[in-house]
Design a protein around this ligand. Structure first.
Ligand SMILES: Nc1ncnc2c1ncn2[C@@H]1O[C@H](COP(=O)(O)OP(=O)(O)OP(=O)(O)O)[C@@H](O)[C@H]1O
Length: 239
């Protein structure tokens, strides 16, 4: 791919004697929103961790922004929101963001920007320990947006959010991509897939497809992405 931000080749990862990534090859283009979709336990978080550079690889290579994943040079160029963030219940949202902005050497003005982007303005002075689940996941996302990283890796950022907030976040992802940010967003909700420019469909540690949503529907001859996923699973099973 001409301008690929992430390039994964022959990636295998074992956890406790079991192979959880079984030979992944994929490329992610600059300024795109790529959805990583698949059922719980299929290996999405392990793949994201490999891209962010915090996962031991068994074999294969992962290159990010031209550097091996995990390189020092990549610090500050990647934003990562995990599913289980470290939480600071005794800090307010703004205090926690000011702390992370200092650690990441992001400008102070970033705090107000990211609070507005995740629509947490009314809760900026609330203690994190008092936030609802959805507010907490938006605070977590705000940390990943500090410093305007080139690549954003978001592990299930919309879990527990109501449909309106989910829609607002997907609109934000589109806006960030339009500015040139590359986003890789995992989800196990297939209806979110239609909001992505490209999809990585995953099952049992392998990629079933790496396509645009429309192309996937055309290729499988199915009316929606859920049916397309089932078609690909059954096709794989019958081989
Ligand atoms: N540190 C670990 N040690 C042993 N097994 C692990 C470890 N981390 C993950 N696994 C296993 O690897 C598999 C893939 O896990 P992973 O978290 O990557 O899946 P996932 O698709 O992100 O799931 P979910 O959507 O539920 O978060 C699972 O079977 C999980 O139990």
């Amino acid at each position: 791919m001409a301008d690929s931000v992430v390039s994964v080749a022959g990636l295998r990862v074992r956890h406790g004697g079991r192979e959880v990534l079984r030979g992944i090859d994929c490329e992610i283009a600059r300024g795109s929103v790529t959805g990583l979709l698949g059922p719980s336990g299929c290996g999405k978080t392990t793949l994201l961790r490999a891209i962010v550079g915090v996962q031991m690889l068994t074999t294969g290579t992962v290159t990010v922004l031209g550097e091996p994943a995990g390189s020092r040079e990549l610090r500050g160029r990647i934003g990562y929101a995990t599913q289980n963030p470290a939480e600071y219940p005794d800090l307010t949202v703004a205090e926690a963001l000011r702390y992370f902005a200092a650690v990441l050497r992001a400008p102070k003005s970033d705090v107000d920007r990211v609070v507005a982007e995740v629509a947490l303005g009314d809760h900026a002075d609330a203690l994190i320990g008092t936030l609802s689940g959805g507010e907490r996941s938006r605070a977590n996302l705000a940390v990943a947006l500090l410093g305007a990283p080139e690549l954003l890796v978001l592990d299930e950022p919309t879990v527990g959010l109501d449909p309106l907030l989910r829609d607002e976040l997907w609109t934000l992802f589109g806006r960030l991509a339009a500015r040139g940010t590359t986003l890789l967003v995992s989800s196990h909700v297939l209806d979110e897939a239609s909001r992505c420019e490209r999809l990585l469909l995953m099952r049992e540690g392998a990629l079933l497809a790496h396509d645009e949503p429309d192309e996937l529907l055309r290729r499988t001859g199915t009316p929606d992405l859920e049916q397309a996923f089932l078609f690909l699973v059954r096709q794989g099973a019958s081989r």
